[in-house]
Every structure is written in structure tokens, then in C-alpha cells.
Ligand binder design. Structure first.
Ligand code: CMC
Length: 429
């Protein structure tokens, strides 16, 4: 008997089925042959939240959640964070290999020459109220870009597809910075293509009246590292939305708007914002034990803790924690750090968190760094969306070119009323 199969005996009928196992998985469709009568649909797998369902075969990002390993295209995140730049890592993620010098120069040139926004976008931004949340603005504006590039609909033509990838990676920081400038009533600062990707982003955020903005090297590098850490994370909620939306074949601006919306929530990319608000509410170190008790009673979550895949320390959180000291060295120590460290110390000794294998995730310390860099709290999820754009686009392209993929359309188990007849309004009690 071959060992790479699963034998299933349906106790309703006594029938036995051989189901092939490939890459430690079975095809859900192979379950359909299991039925009690010919006119039945067949067995479904039920998996709310997709906790045990693979939706694709992917070559992009590898995570081992038990051992805290994260690799992009085989390269460990620790090495990329130490040695690479965000744009080089983005090239790696998109193309599968690190670029040589010519490829890198061409790639950086292509990104830098798409950083400007159509001037009409400024009118769109002006329409938002001064206190509009920047994530709401970002997802609206990136969706609106769809109307500026009608050729983006040609998603199966390599050239226009690549062109939109350049545009999206290039323009997300510009949109984000313009949203910030709108919220604080400052004139928009245009891109400076002499600067690096992150240096230019700092320029668009913080340039005042000086002729040339010069980013602080430590802050510029810190942002590079944070962007590298956020570039991709396999089939998370927003990436699943990107693939799912993309599977009906809209242009990538529409799909990125949908993915940005998915990232907005506090359980996903909005967690970094939620962490900062939580630390502010706790207020001081001595209130930490009470707060932990509340979490254990089910009165709220410890934001920035826990992960669907990581059941050990998130490797990204480890790198961010180390980097925080460098940023604090320049900008001064964030006073909320002491509360965060105390929360981590107590939580990691507490059986509630130990038994559920809840550890700090990427969002636990990133907000403290962003806050020290004078980036407002409601911009934090936007700081996640900018670098994740490269991951979303890579996953989208992989999905489009995968002949096994179809429009995403899960099944349901219907548990509502069975067929009944309409009752006129007068007859209803
Ligand atoms: N604080 C307190 N309890 C928690 C937490 C937390 N942060 N996370 C999970 N739990 C408990 C949860 O109540 C449940 O307990 P029980 O078994 O007694 O019901 C158990 O741990 C398992 O939780 P779950 O909700 O079934 O786990 P999940 O895999 O569905 O959720 C998560 C993963 C990230 C949504 C969740 O851990 C969470 O809400 N964390 C806080 C929000 C956060 O930091 N999100 C950022 C995630 S990392 C970056 C990203 O992906 O965007």
C-alpha cells in the first residue's frame, strides 16, 4: 500500500476512500467523492477563518511559526534587515532573486520615476476633513488611482502589469505623506528623487522651508529596516483579500484598496495604533498588573500580542526591539517603552499567555519607534501599508499566473430556514 495517501472510511456507508497526500495536504475537492447518495453534493471541509486551509502554493515567503523563522525567497529576515535596503528586498520578493547592480539600478530608477501623483489627486485629498483617518484616505485614494490608469485593466499583459507595480510601490509613500500633510494643514512636499525610498518619504512628511531636506541617517535606516520587516508575510488577512479580490480580475489599484481596507482593522495592521492607545490608557508601570488581570478576565486583548502562525517570539518583533534603542538614542527615549517592557515581562511569565503561546508580535514595539520619529499614531497602519504593497503585488501576480487558481468562492453550510411560503403583511402576527 502506498504511504502517501489517506484512507478514509465513511461510517455512514462503510465505504473506504484513498485520498492522495501531497506536501502534507489533501485536496479539499477529493472529499467530494465521499457521499451517501449520488444526488448529494459530497463532503465539505468546514474551516472558518481558514485556520487549517492552504489557499495556494507559493514560492514567496516561508514562515515556521513554532521556531520563529521568516524567510523571503529563502533569505532569513535577520540577514535582510541587517544587510539589505527596502527596494532591494522588494525586488527580491517580486522577482525571486536578489538583483545584480544593473538590475538594481534599473529597478530603483523605475520606482523613483513614478513617485509623483496626478495633480487632481490633491483635489481629492482636499475634500477630506482635517481629522480624516489617514487609512481611510489612503484606501480611497489608491482606489481612485484606478480611474487614472485605464490600461491597468490589462492584467495579463506583462508590460502594463509591471508598470502598475512600479507606480503602486512608488506612489504609496507619496499618497501617505500627502494625507499626513493635509491633516496638519501643511503644504504638500513633493518627492525628491535624489533621496532613498525612505529618505524621500521622510522628506515628504517633514520638509519645512529648507531648500533641501536631509534625512537623519539613523532614522532613514530604521525606516528601511521596518519596511523590510513589513514587506510580506504570506497568506495574512490583507494578502488573502488581495488575492481574493484580484481573483475576479479587477485592476491592481482596486485590489490594493481592498487589501488596505483589510489591513486597517485592529486585529491586523491597525494593531500598532491600538498598542499605542493601549499603552497611553495604562498610563504608568504600576497599572500594568491590573491591566493584565482585565485581559485575563476577557475584558479586552493585549494588543501587539499573539499571532495566528507564530507560536513563539515573532522574529520581526525581536529585530524591532533591538532597533528601538538606536532611534531612542537620536530622538530621546519614548516614556511608554517602560510600560511596554513591563507588559511583556509580566505576560511572558503568566500562565494565561504561556499556555496560549502568546508572544509580542511585529506591532508591539513598532509604534513606539514611529511615535519617537514624530509620526502621529493614526499614521501607524499607513506605515504598515506602504511596505506591504510590494508583498500584496507579488502575491497578486503569483495568483494571476498560477493556472490552478480560480475566482475565490468558498462554499457555506446553510443553517437558515428551509423553504417556506410568503405571508402577506396583513396575515403576519
Ligand atoms: N490578548 C489576550 N488574549 C489573546 C490575545 C491577546 N492579544 N490573542 C489571542 N488571545 C487568546 C484568545 O482569547 C484565545 O483564548 P481562548 O482559547 O481562551 O478563547 C486564544 O488566545 C487564541 O486566540 P484566537 O483569537 O483564537 O487566535 P487567532 O489566531 O484567531 O488570532 C490574532 C490571532 C493576532 C488576531 C490575536 O492574537 C489578536 O487579536 N491579537 C491582538 C491583535 C494584534 O496584535 N494583531 C496583530 C497581529 S501581527 C501583525 C498582523 O498580522 O497584522
Amino acid at each position: 500500500m502506498p504511504s502517501d495517501t489517506l484512507t478514509v472510511i465513511d461510517n455512514r456507508t462503510g465505504k473506504s476512500y484513498e485520498i492522495p497526500i501531497t506536501d502534507s495536504s489533501i485536496r479539499a475537492k477529493d472529499l467530494r467523492q465521499i457521499k451517501t447518495s449520488e444526488d448529494e453534493y459530497g463532503l465539505l471541509s468546514y474551516d472558518p477563518g481558514f485556520t487549517n486551509t492552504a489557499s495556494c502554493r507559493s514560492k514567496i515567503t516561508f514562515i515556521d511559526g513554532d521556531r520563529g523563522i521568516l524567510n523571503y525567497r529563502g533569505y532569513p529576515i535577520e540577514e535582510l534587515a541587517e544587510k539589505s535596503t527596502y527596494l532591494e528586498t522588494a525586488y527580491l520578493i517580486l522577482n525571486g532573486d536578489l538583483p545584480n547592480r544593473t538590475q538594481l539600478d534599473e529597478w530603483v530608477h523605475n520606482i523613483k520615476h513614478h513617485t509623483l501623483l496626478h495633480e487632481n489627486i490633491k483635489k481629492l485629498i482636499d475634500g477630506f476633513r482635517y481629522d480624516a483617518h489617514p487609512m481611510g484616505m489612503l484606501l480611497s485614494i489608491v482606489g481612485a488611482l484606478s480611474t487614472f490608469y485605464p490600461e491597468a485593466k490589462n492584467i495579463f499583459d506583462t508590460q502594463p502589469r509591471r508598470e502598475q507595480i512600479f507606480r503602486l510601490i512608488a506612489k504609496m509613500p507619496t499618497i501617505a505623506a500627502f494625507c499626513y500633510r493635509h491633516s496638519v494643514g501643511l503644504p504638500f512636499a513633493y518627492p525628491d528623487n535624489d533621496l532613498s525610498y525612505t529618505g524621500n518619504f521622510l522628506n515628504m512628511l517633514f520638509k519645512m522651508t529648507e531648500l533641501k531636506y536631509r534625512p537623519h541617517a539613523v532614522l532613514e535606516r530604521a525606516l528601511e529596516v521596518l519596511f523590510i520587516l513589513h514587506a510580506d508575510h504570506e497568506q495574512n488577512c490583507s494578502t488573502n483579500v488581495m488575492r481574493s479580490t484580484g481573483s475576479s480580475h479587477p485592476d491592481p489599484y482596486a485590489a490594493i484598496a481592498a487589501a488596505t481596507a483589510a489591513l486597517y482593522g485592529p486585529l491586523h495592521g491597525g494593531a500598532n495604533e491600538a498598542v499605542l492607545r493601549m499603552l497611553g490608557q495604562i498610563g504608568c508601570k504600576k497599572n500594568v498588573p491590573d491591566f493584565i488581570q482585565k485581559v485575563k478576565r476577557g475584558e479586552g486583548r493585549l494588543m501587539g500580542f499573539g499571532h495566528r502562525i507564530y507560536k513563539s517570539y515573532d522574529p520581526r518583533a525581536r529585530i524591532i526591539k533591538q532597533m528601538a534603542d538606536q532611534v531612542f538614542g537620536v530622538m530621546g527615549r519614548n516614556p511608554l517603552l517602560d510600560i511596554a517592557l513591563e507588559l511583556e515581562r509580566i505576560a511572558l511569565e503568566d500562565d494565561y499567555f504561556i499556555s496560549r503561546r502568546l508572544y509580542p508580535n511585529v506591532d508591539f514595539y513598532s509604534g513606539l519607534i514611529y511615535q519617537s520619529m514624530k509620526i502621529p499614531v493614526d499614521m501607524f497602519p499607513v506605515m504598515f501599508a506602504i511596505p506591504r504593497t510590494c508583498g500584496w503585488l507579488t502575491q497578486w501576480e503569483e495568483m494571476l499566473l498560477d493556472s490552478e487558481q480560480k475566482i475565490a468562492r468558498p462554499r457555506q453550510i446553510y443553517v437558515g430556514p428551509s423553504r417556506r411560503s410568503y405571508i402577506s403583511l396583513e396575515e403576519r402576527s
